[in-house]
Design a protein around this ligand. Structure first.
Ligand SMILES: *Cc1c(COP(=O)(O)O)cnc(C)c1O
Length: 360
């Protein structure tokens, strides 16, 4: 068996240790005589799995008691709808447009109310984060929405916008658990776990308790109400049980690595290797302004579609997988999430060096 270095943006690389443990437990979880996949979500054994997962996530992120943690399903794209359904009391909210996922969230919000574009970096193909120090936020807005790490374009909000007292809602899908965050700065954080944490099919929503209520937009389905899931500890109906179990293992793995401070250090070290190479390369160019670069998703180009395609194909032959950029932007993208070992980044850079010598 040969494992590759998988640079996919998502679903993405998971810690090998976690996969091995899950494999060992596949037929008999902890003496239960069955797989977690086959287990009642109402059983004592599963209850401990989901409770431990939540407790470990709370420890990792230092989540205050007045925030609820919800494990939901439907894809993170469904949260684009549940946010306005639950939070748009005045039917008005501000959106900062920094890429495809922010655009999609914005379009979804428009179905339910007045979604206002507060700032955008569309003018330069989303290669930077706009200045958010004095946004045209009005008093009647229910929240301000950002996509904190832009998976496709490789930008990151290193400074949160001034929301002028409004609730901040953040999509953290592709930077979730990559570094410490101050949860108290947000009203709601959401993340699809398939980017940095687990298998597709689980979204985590971390929401301040006072924002959870029955006062939702008329017609909101029961399953889309945060209160439904908060009141039932994410066990209102069958949750994405196996996915939550794997997330729980990744949370434990992260704690063992030293938590989010340690991950941040490691992620900075990995990203630096790649960015330092890009900054001196004559063939490869990073596409993002320096101060807004993501630690997780690193897009780059050669300037020639032909060379880009050659690079992706030859890299694959070397066991460096899924380096093709998003279909909407082309070029290359290396996603170097928590579970990407530093050896993978070093091997990528060594290969880029070699490719550069051979092709210039
Ligand atoms: C992948 C991604 C999504 C969409 O996730 P789905 O689970 O496929 O709906 C949303 N936001 C960001 C930032 C993403 O990277």
């Amino acid at each position: 068996m040969a494992r590759v270095y998988n640079f996919s943006a998502g679903p993405a690389v998971l810690p090998e240790e976690v996969l091995r443990e899950a494999a060992d437990e596949m037929l008999d979880y902890n003496g239960s005589g069955m797989s977690v996949m086959e287990m009642s979500h109402r059983s004592k054994t599963y209850d401990k799995i989901i409770k431990d997962a939540e407790a470990d996530l709370r420890t990792l992120m230092n989540i205050p008691d007045n925030y609820k943690v919800l494990f939901l399903q439907g894809g993170d794209s469904l949260v684009f709808a549940s946010v306005p359904m639950n939070l748009m009391k005045n039917k008005k909210a501000g959106y900062i447009i920094t890429g495809q996922w922010a655009k999609k969230a914005f379009a979804e919000a428009k179905i339910y109310g007045e979604a206002v574009e507060l700032a955008s970096s569309a003018d330069k193909t989303f290669s930077y984060i706009p200045d958010c120090s004095d946004l045209p936020i009005t008093d009647d807005m229910d929240y301000v929405y950002i996509c904190e790490n832009n998976t496709i374009y490789g930008t990151k909000f290193w400074k949160l916008p001034d929301t002028k007292g409004k609730i901040l809602v953040a999509d953290q899908s592709s930077c979730f658990l990559s570094e410490p965050v101050d949860v108290t700065k947000y009203g709601l954080i959401h993340a699809g776990v398939q980017k940095n944490v687990g298998p597709a099919g689980v979204q985590v929503v971390i929401i301040r308790e006072d924002l959870i209520s029955d006062d939702v937009l008329p017609g909101t389905p029961t399953m889309m109400k945060y209160k439904t899931h908060a009141d039932n500890d994410s066990l209102y109906n069958t949750p994405p049980a196996y996915g939550i179990y794997i997330c729980g293992k990744v949370f434990k793995w992260l704690l063992k690595q030293g938590g989010l401070e340690a991950m941040k250090k490691r992620n900075e070290e990995k990203a630096k290797i790649l960015y330092d190479f890009l900054d001196q390369s004559k063939l490869f160019k990073g596409t993002v302004v320096k101060e807004d670069r993501s630690l997780m998703n690193v897009p780059f180009v050669t300037g020639s579609d032909e060379l880009d395609a050659k690079f992706v194909a030859e890299a694959k032959a070397e066991g460096l997988e899924s380096l093709k950029g998003h279909r909407s932007v082309g070029g290359m993208r290396a996603s170097i999430y928590n579970a990407m070992p530093i050896e993978g980044v070093k091997k990528l850079v060594a290969f880029m060096q070699k490719f550069e010598e051979e092709n210039s």
